[in-house]
Ligand binder design. Structure first.
Ligand code: GLY
Length: 343
């Protein structure tokens, strides 16, 4: 067993080392593009606003370090640390008891290695903990208290992730849940509330100038969930999947449906069989509609990129975040999702 661990660690170290090379700036990257024949690209499941916030620093990290895993982590960390996003990391909406629980996963194409954490509390950047599960353990997934203790062992700080805004939205949900319990809404009904029970999540996918593929999915999951509920985001093959020969895919939206269709795995496998990323994302949406016998009153969205740098994006219905975005040496672009339009 020990030799397996050592050989895997050696393998991981070799794989990581092979992706690291130093380049000062975008010009150097353009040179890498022509010498290797690959165009680096980073893709985000969100459009103009958040897409830029995530992708520009991620691209900067890639430009500075030449390490695409660091770059996608940098992009995902931006949203995790931003209290204004209510669906990822710090500021995410809590479970039904008012406690924020986060899910995240990470994959590295050169080694096909993965790591994830689920229902982790008190840690702002779960995708960075998932990366340590991938790189510093012989496991792939840690959950709950164990995941938190692992993060603390690696020097993460335990913090209160519930912002005041999220607490008020949780209280609004709780006080309006039933007229048979003892929780009452305020007499004036005013919580300064926003949309009621949103789903969010973010996928950040990257392909470097060697053509190596990396990805992250991170979320606070379904707002006001039952404590311990795990969505698709930390499940490899559901909220995230990649194959270094094919490309990468990620999912957002109602996680239960993505889990039961192995959504991101399905997208990558359809790309392997020759579909474009766009066709594969539509295919996965149609599978969810089929599994639900055509009755879909929720939303799911897929984003994908293949080794040629083509990007695809589709979702079940309009509403929510209707675009994805990507960045290359040619700059930032937002791409509208195709609505597969379940009735
Ligand atoms: N897609 C995020 C979740 O359902 O948890």
């Amino acid at each position: 067993m020990k030799s397996k661990i050592i050989s895997r660690r050696t393998f991981v170290k070799t794989g990581a080392a092979s992706t690291v090379f130093t380049m000062a700036a975008g010009k150097a990257m353009a040179a890498a593009k022509s010498s290797k024949g690959k165009t680096p690209i980073i893709v985000c499941s969100r459009g103009e606003n958040w897409g830029r916030k995530v992708l520009e620093p991620a691209w900067q990290k890639w430009s500075d370090s030449g390490n695409m895993l660091d770059a996608v982590e940098r992009g995902a960390n931006i949203v995790e640390l931003d209290p204004t996003d209510s669906s990822v990391g710090y500021g995410g909406l809590p479970n039904e008891e008012g406690v924020v629980e986060l899910d995240a996963s990470i994959m590295s194409g050169p080694t096909q290695n993965c790591g994830s954490v689920a229902a982790i509390r008190g840690i702002k950047t779960p995708c960075s903990v998932a990366r340590l599960v991938m790189e510093r353990t012989d496991h792939m997934m840690l959950v709950g208290e164990g995941a938190k203790r692992f993060a603390l062992a690696h020097g993460f700080k335990e913090e209160n992730l519930l912002t005041e805004k999220s607490r008020i939205r949780w209280l609004e949900w709780k006080e309006n849940l039933s007229d048979k319990d003892d929780w009452f809404p305020p007499a004036d009904g005013d919580y300064s509330g926003e949309e009621h029970r949103p789903t969010g999540t973010i996928n950040v996918l990257g392909i470097d100038s060697n053509g190596d593929v990396f990805g992250i999915t991170t979320t606070s999951g379904l707002a006001f969930k039952i404590p311990g509920r795990v969505g698709d985001s930390p499940i490899i093959g559901a909220g995230l999947y990649l194959d270094n020969e094919v490309g990468a895919a990620g999912a957002t939206g109602r996680g239960e449906e993505v889990i039961r269709t192995c959504g991101s795995f399905l997208v990558v496998e359809m790309m392997r069989q020759g579909m474009s990323p766009q066709e594969a994302c539509v295919y996965a949406c149609k599978r969810i509609i089929q599994v639900n016998k055509g009755k879909v009153n929720f939303n799911d969205k897929f984003v994908a990129v293949n080794k040629k740098g083509q990007v695809g994006c589709a979702q079940l219905r309009s509403g929510g975040e209707t675009h994805c975005s990507y960045i290359t040496v040619d700059g930032f672009k937002a791409l509208k999702a195709e609505f597969v339009n379940a009735k």
